[in-house]
Design a protein around this ligand. Structure first.
Ligand code: SF4
Ligand code: SF4
Ligand code: SF4
Length: 275
């Protein structure tokens, strides 16, 4: 029987090794680690690697007899073999350097990976953190999805009518702001999704971030029958997010039947059970 992270490959006696970086335990891979990946793919595989949708790295076409040797080299470079079967998939964050980012999430994700990285669950479990509503980490189609939010304050009397918050590609994406040569900024709070882009870009502090928080979604999934996650908690503080993720994971472990995904548990018992 193949171990976690060692997947049957194409051809007799060939396997795919699936790894992710455990040092750092984020979606980031250092240039030194990239060199090791390249060398292992050259020495043991067929000179290619592949990134899975959840940011694990696969090295295909490795002879089964040489797997232990290849893994030894990968582990020395800070990689961890896993991310398959019933193990948690790579908990991932969107990039730290994205200019839309008003709340970096990589550090929180590293902490969650330290705790849940490759831990066995009732079934595959996906956790994703996104720095804004674009949800590049697919927080709304993960078992547990977190999206950073910003509550803004708008002070039209400070506005110099530069138009950046409306017209710049890094400005408001949902027409929640209007500004003209004659009139300073106006904010439609009903349209606002709390992304915080405008507070990042306003050069004079007419729009500022007042408070940061995180919306937590559960029960999303991809695959053959995609499901959109449901909103469980709104605007949870940074201090409470990790505790909330812990609580949801423990609840899932307690309620799930063997092999049951979180979305199926939510559909069976209702989202209220996770509140
Ligand atoms: S979710 Fe937002 S902050 Fe994160 S990478 Fe996408 S656009 Fe940037
Ligand atoms: S915080 Fe609201 S007003 Fe500001 S850019 Fe985002 S959606 Fe627009
Ligand atoms: S970016 Fe600031 S100063 Fe410029 S139009 Fe918007 S609110 Fe006014």
């Amino acid at each position: 029987m193949l171990e976690a992270g060692i997947i049957r490959g194409e051809g007799k006696g060939k396997v795919v090794i699936r790894v992710r970086s455990a040092q750092p335990y984020t979606a980031e891979i250092t240039s030194e680690q990239l060199r090791v990946l390249a060398e292992v793919a050259r020495k043991y595989g067929s000179r290619v690697v592949h990134t899975t949708p959840r940011q694990a790295i696969e090295i295909p076409d490795v002879e089964e007899d040489l797997v232990e040797e290849a893994i030894g080299e990968l582990e020395k470079a800070g990689f961890k073999v896993g991310a398959s079967g019933k193990l948690t998939r790579h908990v991932f964050a969107c990039s730290r350097w994205c200019l839309y980012n008003s709340t970096p999430v990589a550090e929180m994700v590293e902490k969650i990976n330290q705790k849940y990285g490759d831990v066995e669950m009732p079934a595959k479990l996906t956790i994703s953190f996104s720095g804004c509503d674009f949800s590049c980490a697919r927080s709304r189609t993960s078992d547990i999805g977190v999206i950073a939010k910003t509550r803004i304050k708008v002070e039209p009397d400070k506005c110099i009518k530069c138009g950046l918050c409306v017209n710049d590609p890094l400005g408001c994406q949902v027409d929640a702001l209007t500004v003209s040569k004659e009139k300073p900024v106006e904010w439609n709070s009903d349209k606002c999704v709390g992304c915080g882009f405008c507070s990042n870009i306003c050069p004079v502090g007419s729009i500022t971030a007042q408070e940061k928080g995180f919306d937590i979604y559960i029960g999303g999934g991809g695959g053959m029958f995609p499901r959109e996650a449901k909103l469980l908690k709104e605007f949870v503080s940074e201090e409470s997010v990790l505790k909330e993720v812990d609580r949801i994971v423990e609840k899932y472990r307690a309620l799930a039947k063997p092999g049951e995904r979180l979305f199926s548990v939510v559909e069976r018992v209702g989202i209220e059970e996770f509140d």
